[in-house]
Design a protein around this ligand. Structure first.
Ligand code: SF4
Length: 149
């Protein structure tokens, strides 16, 4: 169950379990991949809860996603987010750019959540491109490929 009435917003985008609040959800391109392998681990308890809530809302509402190069709705609860900028931004930008290239998309592009998941799975995960896209990611040991099905 989605926690009743939650809304994430600020400058990182808004996502909610309430359809009335639905609008484009801002998402960094590589986070589509991270979400496929989420097993309840992350930078902090707050981050893990935030990510779990976001994933539930994405799957529940299937909103339109806008792919962004800045902090997004998942970064909103991350301790690495320093005043709206990721403290590992250059590394994360590289991962985002590699993900976009494999998706065949660009920053600013929009697509609904379920189609984006299909694209990320077929063009990256099932093609064995995850090690290339996620090179240098400190969490890649969690992404065995078994959860994305
Ligand atoms: S590490 Fe950076 S890109 Fe990843 S969730 Fe945290 S702030 Fe966002």
């Amino acid at each position: 169950m989605i926690r009743k009435g939650f809304v994430y917003e600020e400058s990182f985008g808004t996502i909610s379990d309430n359809d009335e609040n639905s609008s484009d959800v801002r998402l960094r391109p590589h986070h589509v991949l991270c979400i496929q392998f989420f097993v309840g681990q992350g930078y902090s308890e707050k981050f893990v809860q935030g990510m779990a809530d976001v994933i539930k809302a994405l799957n529940h509402n299937d909103p339109q996603i806008q792919l962004v190069k800045e902090c997004d709705v998942i970064c909103g609860s991350c301790p690495m987010n320093e005043n709206g900028k990721c403290s590992s931004d250059s590394k994360v930008q590289s991962i985002d750019k590699r993900a976009l290239k494999e998706y065949g998309l660009d920053f600013g592009d929009k697509m609904n959540w379920s189609s984006l998941v299909e694209l990320a799975r077929s063009r990256v995960i099932y093609k064995g491109r995850l090690p290339h896209v996620c090179e240098n990611c400190s969490w890649s040991h969690l992404c065995s490929g078994e959860k994305a099905e």
